[in-house]
Design a binder for this molecule. Structure first.
Ligand SMILES: Cc1ncc(COP(=O)(O)O)c(C=O)c1O
Length: 392
């Protein structure tokens, strides 16, 4: 039996989400912009699930637009905030060094347009403090974008504290909550969040659908020209089945948040304790403020890619970083940001768990595969013989 431990890359859809979607594929397939009854059924469904998602985030339905996923929501949040800033002559943006590429690459684009982007260092455990953010805010800062939880190393950031600082200083605050939504409690009002991105496929919903929350009064810039869907903020016929599926998955995840977190974090902690026994290994990310499902390690003297291939052969699906960077030989920018040297960052493993993971065959297989790869590794021989110094 395959053990799927790559839930931060994507999740299996829940039965609830699939069943919620079926009527909108089979019978209620209308276009919500159509005036006839089939279209109007779809429009009613859209209104209903917008309320569902709003309830999960603590916002009003009119503060949400549906997107094609987390990347689009991140792009639109940052570009909208930049346009607002630009109109006021404010072109300084604060973010962190370990954001997802959907944020980092959008910031690069804004830099090319003349914005100044300051990426805060995230320290050895991978977090930033509200004090760091407060110290970086300038008179011309238009946006702070700090992820809710890191997708590779699992650190959870102090979002409410950062939100409070931004609110007090009158700076817009965006958080990429793609890894947090459905896994951690979110209340955009209590946490003083102005813009928030989420993605359906990270909590057992479908792929290719997400949402962007923008606090009432924050004008969004549309990235797509066309019809007046989503109140003119996102053109294109709404993907009703996917939006309905995402809302059903999010509602279910939020209803079982504590119970799932307790179950998943118990397995996470067992795996962390077991893998920490492997010599010359190190846990990545915050040991305490950590996503319930995230286990991230570096093992010295091996290549993450080989580890993944052998684990796959042993029936364990894992990742060596984010799905977007695996396949490239560059070490993960997240691991470099927490100070892992290149040679150590190359030997990384991320196991990301969900409430359906029960098997810890992982605890037998990972140490076996690490030992096997080290036995064959010239780098490991140099370390053991003292030709190279151990880092971990
Ligand atoms: C933190 C984070 N932000 C954004 C994204 C992009 O989301 P999507 O795949 O829905 O575009 C991901 C996906 O892995 C992510 O982990």
């Amino acid at each position: 039996m395959t053990i799927y431990a790559d839930n931060a890359a994507t999740t299996k859809m829940s039965r609830t989400a699939i069943e919620a979607m079926l009527p909108y594929l089979e019978t209620d397939y209308g276009n919500p912009s159509s005036l006839h009854s089939v279209g109007q059924h779809a429009a009613e469904a859209l209104a209903g699930v917008r309320q569902t998602v709003a309830d999960c985030l603590g916002c009003a339905p009119r503060e949400l637009i549906f997107t094609s996923g987390g990347s689009e929501a991140d792009n639109q949040a940052l570009i909208s905030a930049a346009r607002i800033g630009e109109r006021k002559g404010k072109k300084h943006i604060i973010s962190t060094a370990f954001e997802h590429h959907a944020v980092l690459h959008t910031l690069k684009k804004l830099e090319r347009e003349g914005f100044t982007v300051e990426l805060l260092p995230v320290g050895a455990v991978g977090t930033v403090t509200a004090q760091q953010v407060a110290a970086a805010i300038r008179a011309d800062t238009c946006l702070v974008s700090v992820m809710y939880a890191n997708n590779e190393i699992g650190s959870i950031l102090p979002i409410a504290e950062i939100g409070a600082v931004c609110r007090e200083r009158g700076v817009l605050f965006h958080t990429d909550a793609v890894q947090a939504a459905g896994h951690l409690p979110i209340d955009v009002r209590e946490q003083s969040i102005d813009l928030l991105s989420l993605s359906g496929h990270k909590f057992h919903g479908p792929k290719g659908v997400g949402a962007l929350y923008a606090r009432q009064g924050i004008p969004l810039t549309s990235l797509i020209e066309g019809g007046a869907q989503e109140r003119g903020k996102r053109a294109g016929t709404e993907n009703i089945p996917a939006i309905v599926g995402m809302a059903a998955a999010l509602r279910e995840a939020c209803a079982h948040l504590d119970e799932n977190a307790a179950k998943v974090s118990a397995l996470r902690d067992r795996l962390i304790a077991g893998l920490a026994e492997i010599p010359h290994s190190a846990l990545n990310g915050d040991p305490v403020d950590r996503l319930p499902g995230n286990v991230s390690f570096c093992f010295e003297g091996i290549e993450g890619e080989s580890l993944l291939l052998l684990l796959d052969a042993a029936g364990i699906c894992a990742s060596s970083g984010s799905a977007c960077t695996s396949g490239s030989l560059d070490p993960s920018h997240v691991l470099l940001a927490i100070g892992r040297p290149h040679e150590v960052a190359h030997g990384s493993l991320r196991l990301s768990l969900c409430e359906w993971n029960t098997d810890d065959r992982i605890l037998a297989e990972v140490p076996r595969v690490v030992a096997y790869l080290r036995d064959m590794s010239p780098m490991w021989r140099d370390l053991v013989s003292g030709k190279r110094k151990f880092i971990l």
